[in-house]
Write a protein that binds this ligand. Structure first.
Ligand SMILES: CC(C)(COP(=O)(O)OP(=O)(O)OC[C@H]1O[C@@H](n2cnc3c(N)ncnc32)[C@H](O)[C@@H]1OP(=O)(O)O)[C@@H](O)C(=O)NCCC(=O)NCCS
Length: 171
């Protein structure tokens, strides 16, 4: 598996982003349990269901040396818009640009005018990531994650064609 190439002077992404293979799904399920609090992680059956759906693009980030799954991004395309259903990075691999690379890979892979997602109100780290990637807040979903756990809808218009990615990825 090749190491990704840095496009600029930014540090290289320590993982390769690619479409999920069947054999990745066990690793994704384990990573989900590490990444989310109980109740929010997708289990293996749900991951298989999503992986099989023709409207879904399922990407993983694999460790460049070991091949272990370090992150995933699952996006569902409905007509002209794309919804990010799930994005997660293993706690041992955070703040190295993996989620950024996954988001950019989904954008590159899916020709859609708009991408939307929902994020928990108090998940400020994820909101900072999305804002940095051009998402803006578009709505509020009361109790979306359970009583008292509200969601924030965020949306991004497709970036202008030709805008240079900050990091090179391999999908
Ligand atoms: C949110 C998450 C996907 C980010 O993954 P990541 O690979 O660490 O993100 P990146 O390294 O690409 O972060 C890019 C930028 O986003 C912001 N960011 C990401 N995580 C952050 C955090 N915990 N706190 C503050 N800013 C954060 C920073 O600006 C960061 O750039 P920097 O590291 O140069 O400061 C990861 O923390 C995660 O899996 N969390 C648990 C699951 C989850 O909340 N998923 C989102 C559900 S909507």
């Amino acid at each position: 598996m090749s190491e990704p190439t840095a496009a600029t002077s930014d540090p290289p992404v320590p993982a390769t982003v690619a479409r999920a293979r069947w054999r990745d799904l066990w690793g994704v399920a384990r990573m989900q349990r590490r990444a989310f609090r109980p109740g929010l992680a997708y289990n293996f059956s749900a991951l298989v269901f999503l992986w099989l759906l023709p409207t879904v693009t399922f990407l993983v980030a694999r460790d460049g040396r070991t091949g272990e799954v370090r992150g995933c991004c699952i996006a569902d395309r409905q007509g002209g818009s794309v919804r990010i259903v799930n994005i997660a990075v293993d706690p041992v691999a955070r703040r190295r640009g993996i989620a950024t690379a996954l988001l950019r890979a989904v954008t590159a892979a899916l020709p859609a005018d708009e991408i939307e997602l929902i994020v928990e109100e108090h998940n400020e780290g994820a909101q900072t990531l999305y804002t940095r990637e051009g998402f803006v807040r578009t709505g509020f979903a009361r109790d979306y994650y359970g009583t008292g756990r509200h969601g924030i809808w965020m949306r991004r218009r497709r970036p202008t064609p030709g805008a240079a990615p900050r990091r090179t990825i391999d999908v």
